[in-house]
Ligand binder design. Structure first.
Ligand code: PRX
Length: 691
């Protein structure tokens, strides 16, 4: 743990954070305060770039990338038009198919790609391959929670299962544009359910199985789902997660909205309660459905899915992605970034409840005719060698995971890795947070035996697909560097006034023009979409991240500059956690900040002020943690509760989070100017009261 933490740069203060705190610009309201930039990779003198013998099948070298990238931004309609010819379009799009407004000063923000075209994502993921003779190739390789439980589904078998579910959805009143909520464990039925929705033009909204009944209810309500697809439960290691019970509880809060709950009977969790007339069994209902289902051809901009993600303020927002552009970016990035080809065995360890499971477990690999591993269990169950046992068993060629898992596995010891044959591995990927150089090196040397390039892919729920990423074997890769933009993406580094910075330096990461898989809106709230992403820097999409750029033009992502925290690669808004904590009858005020965490990357640190008459006890701490578990989910539970009879506030009553972050990080020597505090004594009291 110490070795890992030492690589994090404690106390790095960049000009960015000062800019947020001092400037009077309007974005201050949106981005209430900076998270201390996590410069773990970027603040170090970059380590020497690492070369590997890997040869990319499409790109010879950096200069070919440069030429293709230039073309992709100078003539996006032409470049993406060419890429689109790899897919089936039932109706061809217009030659000049792209239109957008990226500048709030010019009116409403909109983005349209492949105008005039009609296609279907599921057809492109399944039927297209079957028609070209790949029907008997494996599409999904399911590895169950218990070693030895597994299932191989070919493209034809997935197609049949998708059609049966699509027919059931149609028979139950779901038509083009209707929302379907999916709350399933990592069974093959999860990607199958997504593909079934896309086949008939229904809009899926996958809810991560770790979310609580309250979180489920608010998502079902927001997207107005008519049907919920779930399972009796799922297994995570030795623990059974009673998903259906959570659905029942959640739906009780949004009565009348959902007419049908389709329940997959998971033999590992056989029991659940039942509501007659509403609940039906997947196995009973689907068996009688035809294994053929006509494709619903949809316009390029037809909504494909909503996925809820956390922002700086307020409740999670429903990011909306549409069909044509998302398909193009999902397919093209997967092809280039993982050099993925038909027949490759590829494993993305993400859950389909997050964007990575959408783009890089389901759609991207299937668009490329590969076999995608779907793992139900936990990476350390039954022991710390499970990941490598799976790599050996399926002969995984591309492995895509998160730094948090890498750090957890480092701690388990190299012997768990070296015990298994990893000679099939060719490309390693990471996503979700900056990867610290030590974890990078371990991944490269111990896991990949120095042979595999690492792609440190930077993107977001909102971007739909990778936007800044290395391409394997195309250039030597410095550890911890997301590198260069993917084709068609024009990142810029801005100063606090929104001016583009040139050359090497540090700034806010934004993007200058639309790319095919940008989010199109926030479901039901276009105004919030504009305010969140386009208002902070006029004329740009703002990522919410800081970046450094070196003199080679490479980007080093430094982390969020807003109130979003990445815990084990799960994105959490501090405002959401605070809202949950203040639901407790004893809690008068809560302020949550991020702290460095050796394995999770970041942890949650909550300052709590109680109402008069309530006692600061350990039992109450437990209650507070539990309320977050029940309102959001266990993954958002605070790591530390710090009793705060007083919080540091300005005279106008605003909490000075900067001070709270310093105290949480035990860096009170760097508190900075506290003269604007209404009661400076509060700070000493907090330090004295450290848990
Ligand atoms: O802060 C960035 C971080 O994850 C955020 C996006 O989170 P989410 O929408 O949940 O999507 C995660 C999976 C794409 C970003 O704003 N992030 C993601 N990838 C990287 C990263 N930070 C540094 N390096 C990365 N490779």
């Amino acid at each position: 743990h110490c070795a890992l933490s030492a690589h994090r740069t404690a106390g790095t203060r960049s000009f960015l954070s000062r800019a947020w705190e001092l400037s009077e610009q309007p974005l201050k309201k949106l981005v209430r305060r900076p998270l201390r930039l996590r410069l773990e990779a970027g603040a170090h003198e970059p380590m020497e770039p690492v070369s590997t013998p890997y040869q990319h099948s499409l790109l010879k070298d950096r200069s070919q990338y440069d030429a293709e990238w230039r073309r992709s931004v100078e003539d996006p309609a032409g470049f993406w038009g060419d890429m689109a010819s790899n897919y089936h379009w039932e109706q061809q799009f217009e030659t000049n198919h792209q239109s957008e407004n990226f500048d709030v000063r010019k009116g409403k923000i909109f983005q349209k790609w492949f105008r005039g075209g009609k296609t279907n994502l599921t057809y492109n993921c399944l039927d297209r391959h079957i028609e070209r003779g790949l029907g008997d190739s494996p599409a999904l390789l399911w590895e169950g929670n218990e070693p030895g439980t597994d299932k191989v589904l070919t493209y034809k078998q997935v197609h049949a299962a998708v059609c049966q579910l699509a027919n059931w959805l149609k028979a139950n009143g779901i038509t083009k544009g209707d929302a379907v909520a999916i709350y399933l464990p990592m069974l093959p039925e999860l990607p199958i359910a997504m593909l079934a929705c896309a086949r008939i033009g229904a809009v899926h909204s996958v809810i991560f199985g770790g979310f609580s009944s309250d979180a489920l209810a608010s998502r079902v309500k927001n997207c107005e789902a008519k049907v919920v697809i779930t399972a009796t439960g799922g297994m995570r290691g030795k623990k059974a997660i009673p998903l259906k019970r959570i659905v029942d509880k959640g739906l009780a809060k949004v009565s009348g909205l959902v007419s049908k709950v389709l329940v997959y009977k998971n033999p590992d969790v056989p029991e659940c309660d039942w509501t007659d007339g509403r609940d039906v069994w997947w196995q009973d209902e689907l068996a009688s459905q035809s294994t053929d289902c006509a494709v619903e051809w949809v316009e390029s901009e037809h909504p494909l899915f909503t996925l809820y993600t956390s922002g700086s303020t307020g409740q999670p927002k429903g990011v909306l992605h549409t069909t044509g552009g998302y398909m193009l970016m999902a397919g093209t990035t997967t092809r280039y970034v993982f050099d993925l080809q038909p027949g490759d065995v590829y494993w993305c360890t993400a859950d389909c409840g997050w964007i990575t499971g959408h783009t890089y477990l389901t759609y991207g690999p299937l668009l490329n005719g590969a076999a995608s591993v779907v793992f139900e269990g936990q990476p350390t169950y039954p022991d710390a060698g499970r990941v490598w046992a799976i790599v050996q068993k399926y002969k995984v060629k591309q492995l895509y995971t998160a730094p948090t898992l890498i750090r957890a596995l480092i701690n388990a010891g190299d012997q768990w890795v070296t015990k298994y044959d990893r000679s099939s591995l060719a490309i390693l990927g990471t996503v979700g947070e900056p990867i610290n150089p030590i974890a990078w090196q371990w991944y490269h040397e111990v896991v990949g035996e120095g042979r595999c390039p690492i792609v440190d892919t930077y993107w977001q729920t909102e971007t739909g697909a990778h936007i800044i990423t290395p391409l394997p074997g195309v250039w030597p890769q410095p550890p911890g560097c997301a590198s260069l933009p993917f084709f068609g993406v024009q990142p810029v580094m801005l100063n606090e006034k929104g001016e583009e910075l040139q050359g090497a330096g540090e700034g806010f990461l934004a993007v200058k023009a639309s790319w095919p898989s940008t989010l199109r809106t926030l479901f039901g709230d276009h105004a919030r979409y504009e305010t969140t992403y386009f208002q902070p820097f006029k004329g740009y999409y703002f990522t919410g991240d800081g970046t450094r750029r070196d003199k080679e033009g490479r980007y080093w992502i430094t982390g969020r500059v807003d109130d979003v925290i990445n815990v084990s690669g799960h994105r959490i808004g501090t405002a959401e956690v605070e809202a949950a904590l203040t639901e407790h009858p004893g809690c008068s005020e809560a302020a949550v900040v991020g702290i460095e965490h050796a394995v999770k990357g970041q942890g949650l640190y909550a300052y709590i002020t109680l109402k008069e008459g309530h006692e600061y006890t350990d039992a109450l701490k437990k209650e507070l943690v539990n309320i977050v578990r029940s309102q959001i989910g266990a993954f958002a539970a605070p790591d530390v509760i710090h009793w705060a009879p007083g919080l540091p506030k300005t005279r106008s009553g605003k909490i000075m989070r900067r001070v709270l972050r310093k105290i949480a990080a035990k860096e009170e020597s760097e508190l900075g100017d506290t003269s604007t505090l209404a009661d400076p004594a509060v700070v000493d009291a907090l330090i004295a009261n450290r848990p």
